[in-house]
Design a protein around this ligand. Structure first.
Ligand code: ADP
Ligand code: MG
Length: 250
């Protein structure tokens, strides 16, 4: 495996009863790249993310992160290694303020998540760093508002700053723009692009113009199998992709 390969998935399968949700998927994500995973609803994209982060156990196959086989590691061991996902369903703490949510993420990164509950004073030192993750997503006016007060799109923006505050080596983003207003997409896309300079991003995204402008490489999943892989141009011209993906969800 080349030095520049951040994540490699080898022959990954996941079966629910007799149904193969993920069927012999192999994937290599280059370090420092933004790699898109696209495909129709039910293709197995979220299941792939669940397998990679071990929220699900693969039926077979291997997951190699930065040269280490992490197939048998736990979700928290994987997160400790710097491979972090953001959830398709919003995962911020509703009763906590924007600032508190990002501070909590910063403390998790240091492996001391319980300190947050013990000491409100030590938290103050984190505020400056937290603000540096909150400002770029446009949430400064809501700094001291509970997350429950935010619109859905702003919750997604908060979720994104929380994920960034964990300062992962690699981020898995499952439909990060879902539910966002058109006016917010450009800003968050720019942020993803800026973040990708220091890390690797694997992103599930339905909006093909976003994929085209943001992603270096695209893997197309259809019924649990890799149907095509390449840059956007070659993938979008692939007959099987046009039929199976664009035909279903134009
Ligand atoms: N825990 C589960 N048990 C049974 N079937 C599941 C489970 N999770 C996902 N599936 C099925 O696997 C298929 C792939 O789902 P998913 O990975 O969520 O697709 P995508 O994210 O590409 O839309 C779907 O048909 C879904 O119903
Ligand atoms: Mg999904």
């Amino acid at each position: 495996m080349g030095e520049d390969c951040e994540l490699e998935v080898r022959n990954l399968s996941c079966q629910f009863g007799s149904f193969k949700a993920v069927d012999d998927v192999s994937l290599r994500v280059r370090r420092g790249s933004i790699h898109a995973l696209i495909g129709p609803n039910g293709a197995g994209k979220t299941t792939c993310f669940n397998l990679i982060t071990r929220y699900l156990t693969p039926t077979s196959g291997n997951i190699i992160f930065r040269g280490e086989d992490i197939t048998s590691k736990s979700p928290s061991q994987i997160a400790d290694r710097g491979l972090v996902r953001s959830f398709q369903i919003c995962s911020v703490f509703q009763s906590m303020t924007v600032l508190e949510n990002v501070c909590l993420a910063l403390q998790r990164k240091t492996g001391d998540q319980y300190a947050f509950w013990r000491s409100k004073k030590s938290l103050k030192n984190l505020h400056e760093t937290a603000v540096s993750y909150i400002e770029p997503v446009g949430l400064l006016p809501w700094l001291h508002k509970p997350a429950s007060d935010l619109s859905y799109g702003r919750k997604r923006a908060l979720e994104f700053s929380v994920t960034m505050a964990l300062e992962p080596k690699m981020m898995l983003l499952d439909e990060p723009f879902a539910g966002m207003g058109h006016e917010d997409i450009g800003g968050v896309a720019a942020l993803i692009q800026a973040e990708a300079k220091d890390r690797t991003i694997l992103i599930v995204e339905h909006n093909l113009s976003v994929v085209q402008s943001l992603c270096d490489r695209v893997t197309v999943l259809v019924r649990g199998k890799v149907a095509a892989e390449g840059d956007y141009k070659s993938v979008s011209q692939n007959d099987q992709v046009v039929r199976a993906y664009l035909g279903v969800d134009p």
